[in-house]
Design a protein around this ligand. Structure first.
Ligand code: FUB
Length: 315
């Protein structure tokens, strides 16, 4: 029996499909991966760190796709600040959802507003749906002591769609069927302990999983944390660390099931430090930060009781 316990992980490792080596995109800097499966293809919607970046002064959003978790196709910029009449800076972490025969692209700009764009194709191009923000600090019910950023959309089994967003305070509101408006009042998710930013929600075996970047350490780095609940509004129960701090300072992720396997997409600055051996990873919001990130993926595993095993990044 003991031999079986030792042999089983080896056997699982052997029969699992090999993943592409991290980071998975090497010809440009990509950050904030939102992985979604549409029609048997896995799409990754990302923000984009410019080669010349000295801050998070990002200009556009890109999409990549794969059907085998090894080869990724770059489909270029699907939406950009230049497509917007009402915002001109900070094209940060996006998400994309599909319903009603249409794709909805949710994006934060200016560090203060969230917009939505639509397309009939997952490859874009997307067109701004409202020509104004969907959510601002003035939206009734919003509480956000940090940047108003990082929208993600969770669609439940009964087709109810919720948008979650925020920094320091985690907000949630149920979207209307049109996906570009809401009638409910925005409220705050209960029990998102130590929440900083980069929220993601997914469901596994009937439970809601909330994952996010926790408050930054003194070194300016955040761990990915997660919590579980029976209700998307909470209260959530904190469960533990999903991923240790990354050398990118920021820690942003998504969790997705593709062809029966679970994956954690995230970003780090390994490519930047490889390309710049003279740089030392000293991360601090007010000091040295690489500002050049690259998306990565690793397998994610659940324990029998539904908790998630901490992901150890493959190099
Ligand atoms: O990429 C800009 C910001 O950094 C994102 O909005 C945050 O989640 C963090 O990754």
């Amino acid at each position: 029996m003991r031999k079986l316990f030792i042999a089983l992980p080896l056997l699982i490792a052997t029969i699992q499909p090999a993943l592409s080596q991290n980071p998975i995109i090497k010809h440009m800097y990509t950050a904030d991966p939102a992985a979604r499966v549409f029609n048997d293809t896995l799409f990754i919607y990302t923000s984009h760190d410019e080669d010349t970046a000295t801050w998070f002064n990002m200009l556009d959003w890109h999409v990549f796709s794969t059907v085998d978790m090894k080869n990724y196709t770059d489909h270029g910029a699907i939406f950009s600040l230049a497509d917007l009449s009402w915002a001109s800076r900070a094209a940060w972490a996006p998400d994309c959802a599909y319903t009603n025969g249409q794709y909805y692209f949710y994006y934060p700009v200016e560090t203060n507003a969230i917009g939505v764009a639509t397309s009939h194709s997952p490859y874009g191009k997307f067109k701004d749906a409202l020509n104004k923000p969907l959510i601002t600090r003035q939206t009734p019910g919003v509480v956000c002591s940090g940047y108003l950023i990082d929208p993600t959309v969770f669609i439940d089994d009964d087709s109810s769609a919720y948008i979650l967003f925020g920094m320091n305070d985690l907000n949630i509101v149920k979207l209307n069927k049109d996906m570009i408006s809401f009638s409910d009042t925005v409220r705050q998710v209960k029990g998102a302990d130590n929440f900083f930013e980069a929220v993601w929600m997914h469901k596994y075996k009937g439970k809601y999983y909330l994952s996010y970047s926790g408050k930054f350490s003194n070194e300016g780095k955040g761990k990915l944390l997660y919590a579980m609940s029976d209700n998307p509004y909470g209260p959530f129960e904190y469960k533990g660390v999903l991923l240790e701090e990354m050398n990118s300072g920021t820690n942003h992720h998504s969790i997705v099931n593709y062809k029966g396997e679970w994956y954690l997409f995230y970003h780090n600055s390994d490519l930047w430090f490889k390309n710049h051996p003279e740089e030392t990873p000293v991360l601090n919001w007010n000091g040295k930060n690489p500002f050049h990130r690259s998306i990565c993926v690793d397998r994610l595993f659940y324990n029998e009781d539904g908790t998630i095993r901490q992901v150890v990044p493959a190099k």
